[in-house]
Design a protein around this ligand. Structure first.
Ligand code: PGA
Length: 223
């Protein structure tokens, strides 16, 4: 069965106390056909893992970033081996990291390699097909999920059209074979179903609308 992925990207939001409230207000468990992945800040990963284990929840955990280096003298970085203790997925190459932290293709490839080394499934974000078309990233296709997120749609309230996202999904799958493709950018509980019903879209990456547990639960229900 093909799963629908519903990924929450909290970005730089929520304290541990707020993360706790969120986890305890969401009553939705992932089902056979829906894989729910929540990506909190590094500071909330432990509290998340603790709650999910205690509640026997099927929600999966993702990190929002990973060091391009292995463990060692890299102040401020969080290494793949440390993340693997707490998460199964990791977001790589989000446009906010490409822009604000100057992550280029070389860095992103190293991060994908480190993720692979520690059996973390990368959710590789791209805003344009050119970011994988002529890239060595193609060689890393095996375990990757790709999220298509047009920059203008992120946080703007103006999503891409489902048809356009589907077309991008098709192009991505032509390059990376059967890689699951997610759409991200102003996904809401009202529009999510229009994206997930598209044949080349396997799920959604949700930023702002994932911060409220009730809204996120609606998104899961409607996906
Ligand atoms: P948004 O963010 O849902 O707030 O548009 C999506 C993302 O950046 O992953």
């Amino acid at each position: 069965m093909n799963k629908t992925f519903i990924v929450a990207n909290w970005k730089s939001n929520k304290t541990n106390a707020e993360s706790n409230v969120w986890i305890n207000s969401i009553d939705y468990l992932s089902s056979e056909d829906k894989e729910v992945i929540v990506c909190p800040s590094f500071t909330s990963l432990s509290v998340f893992k603790y709650n999910i284990t205690n509640n026997k929840s099927k929600i999966k955990i993702g990190a929002q970033n990973i060091s391009q280096f292995d463990e060692g003298a890299y102040t401020g970085e969080v290494a793949g081996r440390q993340i693997k203790e707490l998460a199964d997925y990791v977001i790589v190459g989000h446009s906010e990291r490409r822009e604000n932290f100057h992550e280029d293709e070389g860095t992103i490839i190293k991060k994908l390699e480190i993720a692979g080394k520690y059996q973390l499934t990368p959710i590789l974000c791209i805003s344009d097909i050119s970011q994988i078309q002529n890239s060595k990233i193609k060689a890393l296709k095996k375990t990757t999920i790709v999220a298509y997120e047009p920059i203008a749609a992120i946080g703007s309230g103006i999503p891409d059209s489902p048809e356009n996202a589907n077309e991008m999904g098709k192009k991505i799958k032509e390059l990376l074979e059967e890689t699951p493709v997610l759409y991200g950018g102003s996904v809401t509980s009202e529009n999510v179903g229009q994206f997930t019903k598209m044949p080349n879209i396997n799920g959604v990456l949700v930023g702002g609308a994932s911060l409220d547990p009730q809204t996120f639960a609606e998104i899961i229900k409607n996906a």
